[in-house]
Design a protein around this ligand. Structure first.
Ligand code: SF4
Ligand code: MG
Length: 331
């Protein structure tokens, strides 16, 4: 079966200059990402800032053009230009990002903004659109009287509900949510995550859920991809990743949150610099922070390889031959 979304070896390289007279340097924001997403399922993408998660999300939506590699949606290649075909595909996939205030127009009541996609795509009569806005507001837990409010008159959580209502207005098959709850109070985060999960179950919307926070993606993801400096370093079924993380970086991330049922008992503290795409270490990019790094790690970048049980890992010590033995030592 054709996956809803597929990406093959996506890379995005920016040329950046640190100063007026400094030589240009290449920054590999995304460096060979392949992934696929089945209809109606959720992939969590996790990593620190600078890991290339947001750029990956934008490449998947065709909002940015990859330097190399390609993405496809429902079997159709993502157009590289903003053609009518691209606009047509874009109706079927929507982006929800961190800051709802930036996503909304301060001068328009939120009900109008929820209905905007219906107006743009001329879906239904005026009466039908009004009824649809009501239904959408109900679906995201907003009251009908809130339709006439302006964004600043709502709370952060309510504003994100408005953004989500607008994103699902045209019945998309895919939502890419980029840190959708990071700007919200911790007490509100779970409510919005639950809303997204609820919507994706009821409406069979596939979702890419991007977060720096592993515990946020846990409850919503069927599969999880962990990114480090532009690459996926581990990918697998969500429960398995939490139960038994294999990559040393994933182990550190999982160990930092209290998760019942995980095999890791002690917190692994990461030392060294946080990842900086403009100064990418040679070999395995994680080696300066890895407690298992060897000479091979400093010289050679590990490939993302099958590690059994529907899992992929990019680590020299966890290649297919070593995986069982090494995992046994770690635990
Ligand atoms: Fe650590 Fe080496 Fe594995 Fe990289 S390849 S994660 S440095 S053990
Ligand atoms: Mg980001």
């Amino acid at each position: 079966r054709t996956p809803l979304l597929a990406a093959s070896n996506l890379a995005k390289i920016y040329v950046s200059r640190r100063g007026l007279f400094a030589p240009p340097t290449q920054v590999r924001a995304v460096d060979g990402v392949s992934l696929s997403l089945a209809k109606g399922t959720t992939l969590g993408i996790v990593g620190e800032s600078g890991s290339g998660k947001s750029t990956t999300g934008r490449l998947l939506l065709g909002l940015e053009t990859p330097t190399t590699g390609h993405a496809s949606f429902a079997g159709e290649p993502m157009p590289r230009e903003k053609t009518p075909q691209w606009r047509d595909l874009r109706k079927r996939m929507q982006l929800v990002y961190q800051d709802p205030l930036a996503a909304l127009d301060r001068r328009l009541p939120v009900g109008r903004q929820i209905g905007e996609p219906l107006d743009i795509h001329a879906l239904g009569s005026q009466q039908e659109r009004i009824a649809r806005v009501r239904e959408l507001m109900d679906a995201v837990g907003l009251r009908p009287d809130q339709a006439d409010r302006y964004p600043h008159e709502l709370s952060g959580g309510q504003r994100q509900r408005v953004v989500i209502a607008r994103a699902i207005a045209c019945g998309p098959e895919l939502l890419v949510c980029d840190e959708p709850v990071s700007a919200l109070d911790v007490s509100i985060q779970a409510q919005v995550v639950n809303l997204l999960r609820d919507l994706q179950e009821k409406r069979a919307i596939a979702m890419v859920f991007i977060s720096h926070d592993l515990k946020v993606v846990r409850n919503i993801s069927d599969r999880v991809a962990v990114m480090y400096l532009g690459r996926i370093v581990e990918e697998g079924a969500s429960e398995e990743i939490f139960r038994k993380p294999l990559h040393p970086y994933t182990q550190a991330l999982v160990s930092s949150i209290p998760v019942p049922g995980t095999a890791l008992k002690d917190r692994i503290v990461l030392h060294g610099e946080p990842p900086n795409p403009a100064a990418r270490p040679a070999g395995c990019a994680f080696h300066p922070r890895c407690r298992f790094a060897t000479a091979q790690c400093r010289a050679q970048n590990p490939e993302l390889l099958d590690a059994g049980s529907d899992r992929k890992v990019a680590c020299h010590l966890l290649g297919p031959a070593n995986v069982t033995q090494r995992a046994a030592e770690v635990y």
